[in-house]
Design a protein around this ligand. Structure first.
Ligand code: SF4
Length: 451
């Protein structure tokens, strides 16, 4: 039996797509093996957002060939769509497939025996077709791809160039996948895409065009009707797409968790305009207030970019002060870096790299404080936790509904189940201890460090 291995870089969408491509190989009698094991074919699913996509890709190709010099390396993903020729120059790469081609990977395997390496990619404007995917691997949680591409024009972003226009699965297709996932006993589904809030554009067959068929709110209302115990999270949603109706539905939902990840990117309206984002900071603050008024214990995560061109000390301070005043729980902080073929690349007033890094450190510190405060507020409360099945040093781990990492003494009977647990204090590495767990001697140390 021929063996294939995979390596995935980047976002949850890539992980979901790797799982689908693995299934395609399995249907063709391939055995999927771990990346560290020898294989006949190794597929590397790349990302263009990571700062050193080229270096990362090269090093993974090298690793794949070290373990098995005869394995044929195929590179797919966003970086493959954006820089196919650059990837072809990496020693050992046999095949490069673009966004439109990656799901037809089996059709291209015949080129692996050619002496010359080859790249197949088409214009991203032609990427109308949607390929549904969901990740496998974790037994309690799956990332379900419901949407791909983006119609927004944020000035720093290459994703629309790599993934094309916004398009999604049909409403029926998504619900079918949800049922299929639930039948496997998986208890948590994370709705994933590039711009999840914009879900609902479906392909008009044979016409190469799309139409809006449904909205995220309609999808959530349909999911709400499902009568099985499970959890639903939205991986990320643009603030301008997170409507009052979605927040209200979430507040009264059996399935949607009180956890939102909302990209802010900057707390300065001047920078938001330069980024070509579709909202002002006032709208963002309103969204947070609305969530917290209906779900006081909700967890809210924020994406922020520091060092965007034109971000003076004063404008950075606007972001810093705005974030300090927001009732949010953690940030993902990104240091701006120039991307080819973006509008932002042409902007003047670049911020020196050392200042970008300093600002990143400042916001990360603030994020730690926010997260510590959020966790601390939940100590003493009882929350529902979905327990994973791995055991480490006698402990088991899970996430609460409002996205707090919790551990407790391992109990096999709890694996894969949702149970109510009282949060009793701090454990190792900033993880919260659930009742029935042995308090670690490091608890106080962790607390002191965070303070
Ligand atoms: S919303 Fe903006 S940042 Fe997000 S994928 Fe679309 S263009 Fe990129």
């Amino acid at each position: 039996m021929r063996k294939v291995s995979f390596y995935t870089l980047g976002c949850k969408l890539n992980f979901a797509e790797t799982s689908s491509i693995a299934k395609i190989f399995q249907s063709q009698q391939f055995l999927v093996v771990d990346f560290e094991e020898p294989s006949d074919i190794c597929v590397i699913n790349t990302c263009s957002v990571t700062e050193n996509a080229d270096k990362e890709c090269k090093s993974i190709v090298k690793r794949a060939l070290q373990k098995n010099p005869n394995c044929k390396v195929i590179v797919i993903g966003c970086y493959a769509q954006l820089k196919p020729q650059e990837i072809l120059n990496i020693q050992g790469v046999k095949l490069v497939l673009g966004t439109n081609e990656k799901f037809k990977i089996i059709d291209y395997l015949k080129y692996l025996d050619d002496e010359e390496s080859k790249a197949f990619y088409s214009d991203i404007e032609n990427a109308y077709h949607f390929n549904a995917s969901f990740s496998l691997g974790e037994r309690t949680r799956t990332f379900l791809k419901i949407q791909d591409g983006c119609d927004y024009t944020c000035s720093y972003c290459t994703i629309p160039l790599a993934r094309g226009e916004s398009r999604s699965d049909t409403l029926e297709g998504i619900l079918k996948n949800v049922h299929q996932i639930l039948e496997k006993g998986i208890k948590e589904i994370v709705l994933t895409g590039v711009n999840v809030g914009d879900v609902g554009f479906t392909e008009i067959p044979e016409q190469g065009r799309k139409k809006r068929s449904f909205t995220l709110l309609q999808l959530l209302e349909e999911v709400e009707k499902i009568d099985t115990e499970f959890r639903l999270r939205i991986s990320s949603i643009e603030p301008n797409l997170l409507s009052d109706e979605i927040i209200e539905l979430s507040a009264n939902s059996r399935h949607i968790m009180p956890h939102f990840h909302i990209p802010l990117q900057s707390g300065s309206n001047t920078i938001l305009a330069k980024m070509q984002r579709r909202y002002k900071r006032e709208l963002y603050a309103q969204r947070v207030e609305k969530i917290k008024s209906l779900m006081p214990d909700a967890c809210i995560g924020v994406d922020v970019i520091v060092g965007f061109p034109g971000e003076t000390d004063e404008l950075f301070n606007e972001t810093l002060e705005f974030l300090k005043g927001l009732d949010v729980s953690y940030f993902h902080v990104f240091t701006y870096s120039e991307r080819k073929n973006t509008l932002a690349e042409q902007l003047s007033d670049k911020v020196p790299m050392h200042i970008r890094k300093e600002r990143n450190a400042i916001l990360r510190q603030l994020s730690q404080k926010k997260q510590h405060y959020f966790y601390q507020q939940n100590i003493g409360k009882t929350r529902k936790v979905l327990w994973e099945d791995t055991e480490k040093n006698g402990m088991m781990y899970g996430w609460t509904d409002n996205y707090i990492r919790v551990s407790r003494t391992y109990n096999e009977n709890w694996c894969g189940k949702i149970s109510e647990v009282r949060l009793v204090g701090w454990g190792e590495n900033g993880i919260i201890l659930g009742e029935d767990s042995i308090a670690s001697p490091d608890s106080m140390k962790v607390l002191n460090e965070i303070n």
